[in-house]
Write a protein that binds this ligand. Structure first.
Ligand SMILES: N[C@@H](CCC(=O)N[C@@H](CS)C(=O)NCC(=O)O)C(=O)O
Length: 216
């Protein structure tokens, strides 16, 4: 069995999949795709063959290629035994998907490299305005995530209950990105606590950007 992950150390979508692979105790080989080098290695001919969308991550499992981090995490959960990342019960499952989508669909695309590059190069926004943009969308998204947790009757040490799910695979990288872009996670005590609980687990520690072979 072979698992290969095309990823960039700082990419939050790649970080999600690394956490999921580790929670499932699945060994994998990393292929670093540097989004900051040579105008972005994701646009190179070699990587376009792997993923025509020119984004990371891509997971290759025994020759089968998958993109889109949430689709990858769902696939891993369905195919491999071990910790369940998406609960069985339809209500719990919908909660976990809702939280995951809130981050993956409504926050991350607005902080993505290609988006901020467009703001800078095509719309001539300066760094100050781009930072305002980033903080605005990240704050609105995390406010909403936090509000959902307050209403969710399933409280626990993680986003939904007492074991980590796909939602936590999304939350931890999003809080890492938030900090990078100047939004202090301490503003959200509940989210900060979940982040702390995750950070005690080896699966999350080993997935951290600073621990990746391509980190710089
Ligand atoms: N919805 C995709 C998002 C993938 C994505 O946007 N990846 C970013 C890094 S986090 C990327 O490759 N950006 C390259 C670019 O913007 O050119 C997923 O969840 O996998």
């Amino acid at each position: 069995m072979s698992l290969e992950l095309y990823s960039f150390w700082r990419s939050s979508a790649s970080y999600r999949v690394r956490i999921a692979l580790n929670l499932k105790s699945l060994p994998y080989v990393t292929h670093g795709i540097d989004l900051t080098k040579d105008g972005g290695q994701q646009f190179g001919a070699a990587y376009r063959q792997v993923n025509p969308q020119s984004r990371v991550p891509t997971l290759v499992h025994d020759g089968e290629r998958f993109t889109q981090s949430l689709a990858i995490i769902e696939y891993l959960d369905e195919v491999f035994p071990g910790a369940r990342l998406i609960p069985k019960d339809p209500v719990d499952r919908a909660h976990v998907r809702m939280l995951s989508n809130l981050i993956a669909c409504d926050i991350q695309p607005l902080q993505n490299t290609a988006t901020t590059k467009y703001l800078r190069e095509k719309l001539s926004l300066d760094d100050g305005k781009i930072n305002d943009w980033l903080r605005e969308w990240i704050t609105r998204g995390l406010d909403a995530y936090n509000a959902h947790l307050e209403r969710d009757p399933v409280h626990g040490r993680f986003s939904h209950g007492d074991s980590p799910t796909m939602a936590d695979c999304c939350l931890v990288p999003q809080l890492y990105a938030a900090q990078r872009f100047g939004v202090d996670p301490a503003k959200y005590p509940r989210l900060a606590l979940i982040n702390e609980n995750c950070s005690t687990m080896a699966a999350f520690q080993h997935a951290h950007p600073s621990k990746q072979p391509d980190a710089h």
